[in-house]
Write a protein that binds this ligand. Structure first.
Ligand SMILES: Cc1ncc(COP(=O)(O)O)c(C=O)c1O
Length: 379
């Protein structure tokens, strides 16, 4: 039996999107491909709410994140970056390893740094080249709720604004142009509900200019090559994963059919049901209320529940997949990906499976979790 994939990526992929991968192979140097890629770029712009250039990489999210660094960060560049989890830390390390000088604004895991602290870094350091921000910190289930303000800060100080939206784009608000984001990247296998392997990235005119003037000494993630190929022929410089492109196009189509506002509202409603339902089951959320994510739901384990046993029972008896914590949160939290095609059926089935798993493990729970969650879902 199929799993219900409630991981923070990959997520469940609708049959319509999976079926698109059965489209016959085409020549990637042909009118067929040029038409496919043009549609993919147009739809990506609509989902990102941007008129900026789009590059759709055949890679996982890390490919797009790496591209955003190797194409922009040069030796000695000062880069401000809030760090409150694994992905922020990883990105800051990458910036340093490319010769950049990361100015890390650290805050407690589960919380966001105060905006003033980020502003303070701009005031006390001249010539900040860029601000990098992980919009949704997947390792802790937190979302930076002041992204728009960060965009204003960057425009005030003349810095580039770069956003890792890998685990959130398509599941929460993200108007790229309105919020002044120069480079925004995501991955297909998260809130866009497509299979893994496609990583779109948007690039503003001023960021593109820098990438073209000073390209990296690499081939695959050298975005100048992608701009040139697209400009000259409407193609990509290297062979794209064609079946994934078909799937990604279908997934974008589904996002646009639903409408971004409705989609964000659905994610909000499901997240709310998870937070209230899991609370009712006796768990406490890991993240601070103001920082809580609507796409990655992280909860602390109740003492006595062993992570691997809990998730093994969920997977084997109920075919429900959720994630554990990693790094210093390993064994301490569990994380549910409430993203993509998530709807009331996914929430109720996951909560019911968790309640039954607790029973199997001999842990007393209140019977009210499911009705409380159903109320939050307006069922
Ligand atoms: C915020 C964030 N950035 C980057 C990545 C890396 O993405 P991938 O595993 O697709 O390479 C992830 C993956 O979970 C993520 O959540």
């Amino acid at each position: 039996m199929e799993y219900l994939v409630m991981l923070p990526g990959p997520t469940n992929v609708p049959g319509r999107v999976m079926n698109a991968m059965l489209s016959p192979i085409i020549n990637h140097r042909s009118d067929d491909f040029r038409a496919l890629y043009r549609t993919v770029v147009d739809k990506t712009q609509r989902v990102f709410q941007t008129s900026n250039d789009i590059v759709v990489l055949t890679a996982s999210g890390t490919g797009a994140v790496e591209a955003s660094v190797v194409n922009l960060v040069k030796k000695g560049d000062k880069v401000v970056i809030p760090v409150n989890g694994e992905f922020g830390g990883r990105l800051a390390d990458l910036i340093d390893s490319c010769g950049g000088n990361s100015i890390r604004i650290n805050s407690k895991f589960g919380d966001n740094p105060p905006l003033e602290q980020i502003e303070g870094a701009f005031e006390s350091n001249k010539d900040i080249k860029a601000l990098y921000a992980v919009y949704n910190e997947t390792s802790t289930g937190t979302t930076l709720r002041y992204l728009e303000k960060l965009g204003e800060l960057c425009s005030k100080y003349g810095s580039l604004f770069i956003v890792d939206a890998v685990s959130i784009l398509g599941g929460d608000e993200l108007p790229v142009d309105k919020w002044g984001i120069d480079v925004c990247m995501t991955a297909s296998q998260k809130a866009l509900a497509a299979p893994p392997g496609v990583a779109p990235i948007s690039v503003s005119a001023r960021a593109k200019k820098q990438m073209i003037e000073n390209p990296p000494p690499t081939q695959y993630f050298n975005l100048k090559r992608y701009f040139k190929y697209f400009g000259d022929s409407g193609e990509t410089p290297f062979t794209p994963a064609l079946p994934l492109m078909f799937a990604y196009r279908e997934a974008l189509e589904m996002v646009l059919e639903e409408g971004l506002d409705k989609r964000v509202e659905r994610h909000r409603r499901c997240a709310n049901a998870f937070y209230t339902g899991l609370n009712e089951l006796g768990f406490t959320p890991f993240a601070h209320p103001e920082a809580r994510s609507n796409v990655v739901i992280a909860f602390n384990y109740i003492p006595g529940i062993e992570d691997k046993t809990f998730r093994k029972i969920l997977g084997e008896h109920f075919r429900v997949l959720i994630a554990g914590g990693f790094g210093e949160l390993k064994g301490k939290v569990f994380r549910i990906g409430s993203m993509g095609e998530v709807d009331r059926y996914h929430v109720i089935r996951t909560l019911s499976a968790i309640a039954s798993t607790l029973k199997i493990m001999g842990i007393q729970t209140k019977a009210e979790a499911i009705p409380v969650a159903m109320k939050a879902l307006n069922v």
